[in-house]
Design a protein around this ligand. Structure first.
Ligand code: OXD
Ligand code: MN
Length: 650
C-alpha cells in the first residue's frame, strides 16, 4: 500500500520540519495519532521544506495573504475592505472533467458501463491500484521547496450531526486562504474530531475523516525559479478513492480542482457516503421562502452550471410581501429525520460564485456582499482598485478609470475583442456576508425541505413550470434533465444531458444513484417532498426570452408554494402537472406570452423522448432501473395522445 493513502497503523519516525506558528493546534504534538500518521506519511512522500498545521486564526490568515501579495499571486483591492484579486495561469482556469476519476475496484460501481463503442458521459473510472501507482510517481518530492499546510475542515456546522470532517494537505497558500472562506476550518475542527473519537470509541472507525491531498505539482528544488501561478496543467489528476474516503488532486490550483471540500468531498465522496448511510448529497441550492402571511417553506433546487443558481438562491422577489432567504447556493446534504421530514444543511461556509453576469440587476445581494473579505479570481482590475467583469457595465462608470483584463491586458475596452474577465472567473465570499442569509442557515438539524426543483436552460419544448405526478416520475424528471450550453462554455450551443445537475459530480454509478433516489420513497416514515421542473429560458420565434426571469421568478415560486400547501391549481399535461389557467400571479407584470411559455409542441416533445431514449440506451444499456423505462414509456404514450397542433393553451 502506498504511503500516500495508506492508513496502516505502522508509526513512521521521520524528521518532520514542523513550522511552529501562532497558537492552538499549530503545535503538531497535539494532533490525533491517526492525523499525525496521515501527515507524516505524506511528508515522507512529498518532501516539503516545512509543515504548517492551520489553526484558522485571523493572524494566520493575514500572514498567508501577505505572503501571497509578496509572491505577486494576490493583489490587494484598495476600493474594498480586505479583498484580493488572484490571476491564475491561463492554462488553469476551470474544472477538468476528463482528468477527474472515481476509483473503485469494479468499474460498474463508479460509472454505468456504456454501450459498446460509446464513451461514457457519466464520469471517468480508474482502477485504484493503477491510480495509486500513477499518483505515487507524481507526488514523490512534489512539495520540495514549499510548505505543506495541514487544513482541518468541517463540511457543515461543526456541531451538526449531519456534518463531516476532512483534512486537506496542500502546498498552495491560495488554497488555504480560500478553504478558510469556503469551509469551517482550524483548531475547533481538530477538537471536534477528538470528541467524535471519544463518542465513537466502541462503535465506529476511529479515523473518521476524509483524507485530502493536493499539490500544485511544481516542486522547487534549489535554484529553480517559481512560477507566478504554479501548476502543472499537462499532468492534472483528481482521484476519488471511494472505499477509503480519500481525495487526491495534482497539478491545478484552480478552486474547482483544489478546494477539495467542495465538489470532490461535498458532492462526489459525500454522495457515495450518503448512499451507504441512507441520505442525499446533491448539487442543489437551498432557499427559504415566506409568504405575505408569514408562512415559510424551504426549497432545494438543482440546476446545471450557468443557469443562475446563485441568483435564485439570493433572489429579490418582485411579488409584494414575499421574502426569499438563502441557506446555500450550490450543495445540499439532506437526510430524513426521525419524523420522516427531509432536512437539509448547506455543508459550505462560503460562496464560490461565477462573476460574469452577476450585477445589481441579476443579483443585488451578491454585489453587496462581495465588497468585503472576498478573494476574486480571474476578473478584471480597475485603476481605482476595484473589479470589473462582463455584466457589470451598468454598475460602474468606466469613463474615468482604466481596466486591466484578467490576462493583464492594460487599457482594456469592450472593443478590445477580448473578455475583460474569464467566463469562469469567480468570487469567493463568506456566506454570512449575504444580507438575505436565512436565520436558520447554520441550524445543526438542518432546514425542512418541502419541494425539490429541477431545471435547465431550454429555449424550446419545456414549459415555465410543471410538477411531477409522483416521486418516481420526479426521479425521472431529474434523470432526464437537459440544458443548453452557454456560449461561454462552447462556441456551438447544444442541449446536453445533465441528470440531476450531477453529471460532473457523481461519486458513484448513476444507475445506482437512481436506485438510491427511487428507494427513498419506501424508507420507513419518509415523507418525500413534491418535485417540480422549471425553465426560465424558453424563447419565442424571434429568439427572445419569453419570461423576464430574476425577481419575477418569485411568481413561479409562489405557485410552487401554493401547491405545497395543497391548493388545487394544477392540471395534468403530457409532461406533468402544469398550472391551471390564471393561477400564476401576473399582477404588475406586463404582457407575457403564456401560451407559448406553456405550449406542448408535439414534434419537439417527440424529439425530447427520442433524445432521452438514446441517452438511456447508449449510456446505461444494462443497469437502468426498470422504473425509468416505465416512466419513459408513459411519457411517450402521453405525448402520442396529444393533438397534432399546439394545445394546452392558458
Ligand atoms: C460550480 C459548478 O462551480 O457547478 O459550482 O461548476
Ligand atoms: Mn456548482
Amino acid at each position: 500500500m502506498l504511503s500516500l493513502i495508506s492508513v496502516s497503523r505502522r508509526v513512521v519516525r521521520i524528521n518532520i520540519p514542523w513550522r511552529r506558528y501562532s497558537s492552538g493546534y499549530s503545535d503538531w504534538t497535539s494532533l490525533r495519532p491517526h492525523v499525525k500518521e496521515f501527515v507524516e506519511k505524506n511528508v515522507e512522500l512529498c518532501k516539503p521544506a516545512a509543515v504548517h498545521v492551520c489553526d484558522g486564526s485571523s493572524e494566520e490568515n493575514e500572514m498567508l495573504l501577505n505572503k501571497l501579495v509578496e509572491q505577486g499571486r494576490l493583489t490587494k483591492l484598495t476600493k474594498y475592505n480586505n479583498c484580493y484579486l488572484a490571476r491564475t495561469s491561463p492554462e488553469d482556469v476551470a474544472r477538468l472533467e476528463e482528468r477527474t476519476f472515481i476509483c473503485t475496484p469494479n468499474e460498474r460501481d463508479a460509472i454505468p458501463i456504456p454501450k459498446k463503442g460509446i464513451k461514457s458521459q457519466l464520469g471517468y473510472w480508474k482502477d485504484p491500484d493503477e491510480m495509486e501507482t500513477e499518483l505515487r510517481k507524481k507526488f514523490s518530492g512534489c512539495m520540495e521547496g514549499r510548505t505543506m499546510y495541514v487544513i482541518p475542515f468541517s463540511m457543515g456546522p461543526i456541531d451538526s450531526p449531519l456534518a463531516k470532517i476532512g483534512i486537506q494537505l496542500t502546498d498552495s497558500e491560495y488554497v488555504v486562504a480560500s478553504m478558510r472562506i469556503m469551509t469551517r476550518m482550524g483548531s475547533d475542527v481538530l477538537k471536534r474530531l477528538g470528541e467524535q473519537e471519544k463518542e465513537r470509541m466502541f462503535t465506529a472507525r476511529k479515523d473518521a475523516f476524509v483524507r485530502c491531498v493536493h499539490s500544485v505539482g511544481y516542486p522547487l528544488p534549489p535554484g529553480k525559479k517559481d512560477l507566478e501561478w504554479p501548476c502543472n496543467p499537462q499532468d492534472v489528476t483528481i482521484a476519488h478513492f471511494l472505499e477509503r474516503n480519500i481525495i487526491v488532486s495534482y497539478g491545478s490550483g484552480y478552486g474547482g480542482n483544489s478546494l477539495l471540500g467542495k465538489k470532490c468531498f461535498a458532492l462526489r465522496i459525500a454522495s457515495s457516503i450518503a448512499r451507504n448511510e441512507g441520505w442525499l448529497a446533491e448539487h442543489m441550492l437551498i432557499l427559504g421562502i415566506t409568504n405575505p402571511e408569514g408562512k415559510k417553506r424551504y426549497i432545494a433546487a438543482a440546476f446545471p452550471s450557468a443557469c443562475g443558481k446563485t441568483n435564485l438562491a439570493m433572489m429579490k422577489p418582485s411579488l409584494p410581501g414575499w421574502k426569499v432567504e438563502c441557506v446555500g447556493d450550490d450543495i445540499a446534504w439532506m437526510k430524513f429525520d426521525s419524523k420522516g421530514q427531509l432536512r437539509a444543511i448547506n455543508p459550505e461556509n462560503g460562496f464560490f460564485g461565477v462573476a460574469p453576469g452577476t450585477s445589481s440587476s441579476s443579483n443585488p445581494h451578491a454585489m453587496d456582499m462581495i465588497k468585503a473579505n472576498t478573494i476574486f479570481t480571474n476578473v478584471a482590475h480597475t485603476s481605482d482598485g476595484g473589479v470589473f467583469w462582463e455584466g457589470m457595465e451598468k454598475d460602474i462608470d468606466l469613463s474615468n478609470i482604466s481596466v486591466t483584463s484578467w490576462t493583464g491586458e492594460e487599457n482594456w475596452t469592450k472593443d478590445s475583442g477580448t473578455k475583460a474577465a474569464h467566463p469562469n472567473s469567480r468570487f469567493c465570499t463568506p456566506t454570512n456576508q449575504c444580507a438575505v442569509i436565512d436565520p436558520q442557515w447554520e441550524d445543526s438539524a438542518g432546514v425542512p425541505i418541502d419541494a425539490i426543483l429541477f431545471g435547465g436552460r431550454r429555449p424550446t419544448t419545456i414549459p415555465l413550470v410543471y410538477e411531477a405526478f409522483n416521486w418516481q416520475h420526479g426521479v425521472f424528471m431529474g434523470a432526464t434533465m437537459r440544458s443548453e450550453t452557454t456560449a461561454a462554455a462552447k462556441l456551438k450551443k447544444e442541449i446536453r444531458h445533465d441528470p440531476f445537475a450531477m453529471k460532473p459530480f457523481f461519486g458513484y454509478s448513476f444507475a445506482q444513484y437512481l436506485e438510491h433516489w427511487l428507494s427513498l420513497e419506501n424508507r420507513k416514515a419518509a415523507k418525500v417532498p413534491k418535485i417540480f421542473y422549471v425553465n426560465w429560458f424558453r424563447k419565442d420565434a424571434d429568439g427572445n426570452f419569453i419570461w423576464p426571469g430574476f425577481g419575477e421568478n418569485s411568481r413561479v415560486l409562489e405557485w410552487i408554494f401554493r401547491r405545497v400547501e395543497g391548493e388545487n391549481i394544477a392540471k395534468g399535461s403530457a409532461l406533468g402537472m402544469v398550472p391551471k389557467p390564471n393561477t400564476i400571479n401576473m399582477q404588475g407584470l406586463g404582457d407575457v406570452d403564456m401560451q407559448t411559455l406553456f405550449a406542448d409542441n408535439k414534434p419537439d416533445l417527440e424529439a425530447e423522448v427520442e433524445a432521452i431514449k438514446k441517452f438511456f440506451q447508449e449510456q446505461i444499456p444494462e443497469d437502468l432501473p426498470k422504473a425509468m423505462k416505465q416512466e419513459l414509456e408513459s411519457l411517450q404514450d402521453r405525448i402520442a395522445k396529444l393533438p397534432n397542433a399546439d394545445h394546452n393553451k392558458q
